[in-house]
Design a protein around this ligand. Sequence first.
Ligand code: ADP
Ligand code: MG
Length: 377
Amino acid sequence: MGLKDLILPGKTIGILGGGQLGRMMALAARQMGYKIAVLEKEKNSPCGQIADYEVIGDYRDLDKAEELARISDVVTYEFENISLETAKVIERMGKLPQGSLLLGITQHRGREKRAVESLGIKVAPYVLVDKPQDLFEGVTKIGLPAILKTCRGGYDGKGQWVIKGQDDYLKLGKELDFGQQYILEKMIPFTKELSIIVSRNAKGHVTTFPVTENIHQKGILHISIAPARVDKGVEEKAKAVGISLARGLNLVGTLAVEMFLTKDGEIFVNELAPRPHNSGHYTIEGCETSQFTQHIRTICNLPLGSTKLLKPAVMVNILGEDLEKLLLSLEKLGDGHLHLYGKGEARQGRKMGHLTFLGDTTEEALTKATNKIRIFL
Ligand code: ADP
Ligand code: MG
């Protein structure tokens, strides 16, 4: 690896988007001695609070994105819904090592499913829906229960409708805005939801973090447990899926892979995120290298760190509705690791922070977490 390919500490890392993922990337980068620039609509965003330079503007604003790129030596993004156009401009400036190809794939659920399938990896049966007729035909083809999702822009269960019976899809057929595309997926009767985070640098060095077990509430991640309580075979399979995707999609950066595990031990890929992921927050305390440090290493072309699990870990999200109670009972925090993202308004369902609990065993970490959840949430 030549020194010229490296982005060394002292250089500036630009982040498109100022949310908590940007903040935690920035914290990791600052620790290593990098400077941070961020593009976000408002001043003092979670990432803006700890950045050296704040560019204020919409991340879809090409001029602002160029401004960010000009003051940065390398640029990354903290979420996938930045405009592809913006990504391409920065890529042409030679400052987006992650490229725009994978971003383009993960911005559209249909394209993403095709890309996963093309690598011989299973996804839930699906059909693309452009008009009410497609929805009715789709239901006949894949059966019920099913789930309809917007192809673009959904997160935390937003832009999704569960379809259990005829009434549901007849109603949806009338109510939906067919100016956009949807995807209808068969509901997978999973026994567990798993995720794996894969990192890869431009030299092709790949690492995977431990397979994590995720529990959602109302479409939002509630708890992540690492290592996932699955047998060795499942763990190996999940890891192989992550590595095939990273190699097959020419990943540079971080890829989070959400999966469903069925009772027969089959794995279906649910969705991909081309960035650090909520289910990997436990790596900050739980692993030798965190997902955020690893991400910075990938985009700066540094050798990747060990992803060894130091201790079993359980991460619990803190949503807007939980914050006040948590703050009032903080004297009971014990050895929970508290992360708050510096967000202003504690809205319902908004991710305000998270807690990580470590244990000598997964059960111990889980017991600590559930005891605290009883107090805090
Ligand atoms: P988001 O972008 O909101 O995370 P997901 O596609 O991951 O969207 O869906 C959110 C959650 O909804 C999943 O974590 C899972 O619990 C449930 N879900 C989504 N698709 C399916 C499916 N095909 N079968 C079963 N559950 C699903
Ligand atoms: Mg998801």
